[in-house]
Design a binder for this molecule. Structure first.
Ligand code: FES
Length: 195
C-alpha cells in the first residue's frame, strides 16, 4: 500500500469516526427530549418530515441532514456532474433503478431525482450501513468520474447514488421520500404532490 493510499484510508477513517460520533451525540440529546413528550408528540417528532433550505447551496456543494435518525445527503450537482451520469451505465449494477424499494417512482429516471440539479439520497451504504464519503474529484486515469465511496468494504456509487458492479453493496443508495416546497426549500419525509 502506498503512502498516498494510507493517507486516504486515514482520511476515510476519520470522516467515518466523525460521522459516528455525530450520530451518537444526536442520540444522547434526542432520547431525553423524546421521552419527555406525550406519545402522540413523540411519534410525530420521530417521524416528522425535515425542512431543508437549499437556496444557498452552491453547485457542487453537499450538506448532510438527519431525518428519522438517518443520514441524508443533499447535493447540488453541477452541469459537469450531470453530464457524467449517462456514461456510467455499463459499469453499474442497476443503472435504470429497477429495484423499486430503493427510490420513489418520481426518482426512477436518469438522475434519480425530482430536479436533476438536486440529488437527495440516504447516506447509508446498502451493504452493511456504513456512511459513504463523497469523492467528487474526477480521475480519468482511475476511470473515476466522481461519486461516493464506502470505506468499510470499498463499495462505490456514482453521482446519482447508483452502485457500481463488482463491489459488496447489492443495490443503489436509497432515495427518501421528499418534495420541493418551493425552489429554495425541500421537505424530506413527505412527498405528497412531489412529482
Ligand atoms: S458497508 Fe459499505 S461496503 Fe460494506
Amino acid at each position: 500500500m502506498s503512502e498516498e493510499d494510507v493517507d486516504r484510508n486515514r482520511r476515510h477513517f476519520l470522516a467515518v469516526a466523525t460521522a459516528v460520533t455525530g450520530a451518537v451525540g444526536v442520540g444522547f440529546v434526542a432520547v431525553p427530549f423524546l421521552s419527555s413528550l406525550k406519545p402522540s408528540a413523540r411519534a410525530q417528532a420521530l417521524g416528522a418530515p425535515v425542512e431543508v433550505p437549499i437556496g444557498a447551496l452552491e453547485p457542487g456543494e453537499m450538506i448532510r441532514v438527519l431525518w428519522r435518525g438517518r443520514l441524508v445527503f443533499v447535493l447540488r450537482r453541477t452541469e459537469a456532474m450531470l453530464g457524467k451520469l449517462p456514461g456510467n451505465d455499463d459499469s453499474l449494477r442497476d443503472p435504470a433503478s429497477a429495484v423499486t424499494e430503493q427510490q420513489p417512482d418520481y426518482a426512477v429516471n436518469e438522475y434519480r431525482s425530482v430536479k436533476p440539479e438536486f440529488l437527495i439520497i440516504e447516506g447509508s451504504c446498502t451493504h452493511l450501513g456504513c456512511a459513504p464519503i463523497e469523492d467528487f474529484d474526477v480521475r480519468p486515469a482511475e476511470g473515476w468520474g466522481g461519486g461516493f465511496y464506502c470505506p468499510c468494504h470499498g463499495s462505490k456509487f456514482d453521482l446519482a447514488g447508483r452502485v457500481f458492479k463488482g463491489v459488496p453493496a447489492p443495490t443503489n443508495l436509497r432515495v427518501p421520500p421528499y418534495r420541493f416546497v418551493n425552489d429554495d426549500l425541500i421537505l424530506i419525509g413527505q412527498d405528497k404532490g412531489a412529482a
